[in-house]
Design a protein around this ligand. Structure first.
Ligand SMILES: *[C@@H]1O[C@H](CO)[C@@H](O)[C@H](O)[C@H]1NC(C)=O
Ligand SMILES: *[C@@H]1O[C@H](CO)[C@@H](O)[C@H](O)[C@H]1NC(C)=O
Ligand SMILES: *[C@@H]1O[C@H](CO)[C@@H](O)[C@H](O)[C@H]1NC(C)=O
Length: 349
């Protein structure tokens, strides 16, 4: 039961395919063609001043390391390009979720952390679109989802999509602090000021049970099924041995249980936390600051009581792309309609 509830944050993707209507699909195919065309023009006709080669507000030297074809752009290059104070913020996104990416980016920009963002694009259309509008901020780690697979969430393709989170290990090995976020989130405050101390890994609880404000920052005890419900949706890691060990264990667990987890990387993350508990310095973030969507959106009384304490809102515990979008709308957290200009990507139309 609880298992089903928490995995809804991931299952939500699977109903997208049903909901995408033909017109949206064909619009996206058209967009993909347009993006490819622009890229071709940018590669072959640089003198036309394609936006690919115009980099406002940056000295040209900081762009000299950028490739002329984004296919060749690697995660280490992207990290080097965006990192500030040794920190990068990472998300993964496929084409249908670009509106959510943009919504999240607006909220990240309001906290002045957008410069550190690396988008791991799941398909080439996404890679090209983002880098065209915001050069250097998207990278694709092959294999890409083809445009068909990108829509078939719940498929093996989708499993690869969610299991990419362990790419965070590569960034740790390169020495960066890494914040990972799902894009169905909105920042209301700067989360970095809540990453107190110098622990290896920071994460949030996906359980809806209300805890006292002064709850422990230790890994919560397993429930009666013997499992914990830590969210793999928002993780902050310092490039220390403990964090690397946790990521290695997560990868192992994903590989060992790929069938059982059916595209959801969260159970594997919880087993990794369980098995590395004595070797990793963990820090559970405050529930009031980082509530699960199952609490924030479903208990108005609680949300009112803890008003002003919320830092990142996660739009999970809901199934369906349209429902998710509507819920952000209803709670005043759908920012892209009126504030797209605050996103480094601008309006995505
Ligand atoms: C939280 O506060 C209550 C009441 O002040 C106290 O009894 C409890 O021990 C505190 N819990 C923690 C984990 O500090
Ligand atoms: C790890 O999981 C086992 C089995 O559910 C449980 O008994 C144990 O308490 C867990 N350890 C931690 C640190 O959560
Ligand atoms: C909602 O939150 C209030 C205030 O924290 C709490 O007393 C109540 O039990 C919660 N309701 C549910 C259904 O969890």
């Amino acid at each position: 039961m609880a298992q089903q509830l928490f995995s809804s944050s991931h299952l939500c993707h699977s109903s997208v395919s049903n909901r995408l209507n033909i017109s949206l699909l064909s619009r996206n195919v058209l967009l993909l063609l347009l993006v490819s065309l622009r890229l071709l023009l940018g590669v072959f006709l640089p003198w036309t001043g394609s936006p690919l080669f115009i980099f406002p507000n940056r000295s040209s030297s900081s762009y000299s390391s950028l490739p002329s074809n984004w296919r060749d752009y690697s995660l280490p290059q992207a990290a080097k390009f965006v990192a500030k104070d040794g920190t990068v913020i990472v998300c993964t996104v496929s084409y249908p979720f670009l509106p959510f990416l943009n919504n999240w980016l607006i909220s990240v920009s309001r906290q002045k952390h957008q410069d550190k963002v690396i988008v791991i694009a799941e398909d080439y259309a996404t890679l090209y679109l983002i880098n065209q509008k915001w050069p250097g901020h998207a990278v694709l780690i092959p294999p890409a989802l083809d445009s068909q697979t990108a829509y078939k969430f719940g498929s093996q393709g989708f499993f690869k999509f969610t299991s990419r989170r362990p790419h965070l290990l590569q960034l740790l090995e390169l020495g960066y602090n890494v914040m990972y976020n799902d894009v169905d989130m909105v920042w209301l405050q700067d989360p970095f000021q809540y990453l107190e101390g110098s622990h290896d890994a920071y994460f949030t609880d996906d359980m809806t049970r209300i805890k006292p404000l002064n709850h422990s920052h230790d890994l919560p005890p397993p429930d009666r099924n013997g499992v914990t419900y830590i969210c793999s949706c928002m993780i902050f890691l310092r490039p220390k041995n403990g964090a690397k060990l946790l990521m290695k264990k997560w990868i192992e667990e994903l590989q060992a249980g790929s069938k059982a987890y059916e595209g959801n990387d969260q159970p594997a993350f919880n087993w990794a936390l369980n098995k590395t508990y004595h070797q990793v310095d963990l820090f559970l973030l405050s529930q009031a600051a980082f509530p699960t969507g199952g609490l924030y959106f479903n208990n108005e009384t609680w949300a009112e009581e803890t008003k002003g304490k919320h830092v990142i809102i996660h739009n999970n515990y809901i199934i369906g792309y349209d429902h998710k979008m509507k819920r952000f709308h209803d709670f005043g957290l759908w920012l892209v309609d009126d504030h797209a200009f605050e996103s480094p990507l601008g309006k995505l139309e």
